[in-house]
Design a protein around this ligand. Structure first.
Ligand code: ACO
Length: 308
């Protein structure tokens, strides 16, 4: 039995903060942010909209899109590093708010690679036959841990949510291969004390190397080559990092998802948000081979090759 995506949904807050808005708050410029990161604007949630609310909205859409009823969901996984509180988990909050049965629910902490970790976890339960439908939500309210005095990080992040329902799909479709990894020795380069702290150069070097390598690795594991790839969905952190991955796969520019200009880095939410936007734009079609790849604090990484 293969596990694949059977429904998708996204939600972003309404409030747009542009680079020009940030120019007024700190010593930065639209030009610097655009050329170094590709980011033009990001969404920021109001104070009364926490992570669980963002995730709830995306999850509702994914369940509707999958055409599954609340009682058909067997497990909830929420990838986030910005939960409403340490516990109860956002996953438990969603179990109640979505009216699910008293199913397994847990948050998963793997920073920007969290959604890849969530999908791979769901795949195990589905392919063993233990569970049928698993809801996976990637959601962050990074604005609440952003140091708005630190221009090195404040310009990079945004809030948002993406969700998928995974379930059994026909032979040859769904997740074909995956790679997950971690390197705790790099934890010092990207972490949260009260706020996000980052050594941008070190994270950049790691990301460029790892995104390319993991993309190639999942293709090899699936017995496929670069030429088989129809679409690349890299974690949307920085256009230059994404470009490096695209070039490693020798893909034309139109075969890579780009949403970073609109939303900035939304951590665990960036890949599922991109999936929804590309499917809605008609860029991901039935039967396409998709490579998804993410990296983040931990350090962590994860990649999936999937037949849509
Ligand atoms: N506006 C203006 N100048 C700035 C800004 C800003 N917002 N931020 C930093 N600078 C300055 C610095 O002070 C520094 O100046 P100095 O040289 O006088 O000290 C200079 O710009 C930094 O230049 P570079 O280091 O050459 O900048 P770089 O090209 O490396 O870009 C960036 C920096 C965008 C942070 C890049 O390193 C990067 O994207 N790194 C990866 C970050 C990332 O993806 N993090 C998220 C990981 S995912 C997760 O888990 C959340």
């Amino acid at each position: 039995m293969n596990a694949g995506i059977i429904g998708i949904g996204r939600f972003v807050p309404e409030k747009i903060v542009t680079n020009l808005d940030l120019e007024k708050r700190m010593d930065t410029s639209d030009e610097w942010i655009r050329t170094r990161t590709g980011i033009e604007e990001r969404r920021i949630a109001e104070d009364n909209m926490d992570t669980s609310e963002l995730g709830f909205q995306a999850a509702l859409k994914a369940m509707e899109n999958a055409n599954v009823q609340p009682e058909e969901i067997d497990m909830v996984l929420v990838a986030t590093v910005t939960p409403d509180q340490q516990f109860p988990s956002v996953a438990c909050m969603l179990q109640e708010r979505l009216g699910l049965r008293k199913v397994a629910a847990m948050d998963l902490s793997a920073a920007c690679a969290g959604f890849m970790y969530g999908m791979v976890t769901a795949k195990q339960f589905i392919e063993t036959g233990a569970y049928k439908n698993v809801l996976i939500v990637g959601v962050e309210k990074l604005s609440k841990v952003t140091d708005w005095e630190d221009r090195n990080t404040a310009v990079l992040f945004g809030d948002g949510a993406g969700a998928v329902v995974m379930g059994p799909v026909s032979e040859g479709k769904g997740v074909l291969s995956f790679e997950l990894g971690s390197d705790g020795s790099g934890g010092k380069y990207l972490y949260q004390d009260t706020h996000i702290r980052m050594n941008g150069r070190e994270v950049y070097k790691f990301a460029v190397r790892q995104m390319g390598e993991s993309s190639i690795n999942v293709l090899e594991k699936a017995g496929l080559g670069k030429e088989d790839v129809d679409f690349l969905i890299p974690h949307q952190a920085n256009i230059r990092i994404m470009e490096a991955a695209r070039q490693r796969l020798e893909l034309p520019i139109e075969k890579m998802s780009k949403t970073v200009h609109k939303y900035g880095n939304t951590s665990a939410a960036s890949i599922p948000i991109s999936i929804v936007e590309e499917v809605e734009a008609g860029k991901i079609k039935d039967g396409d081979l998709i490579v998804m790849v993410g990296f983040g604090g931990g350090l962590t990484w994860g990649a999936i090759a999937m037949r849509w």
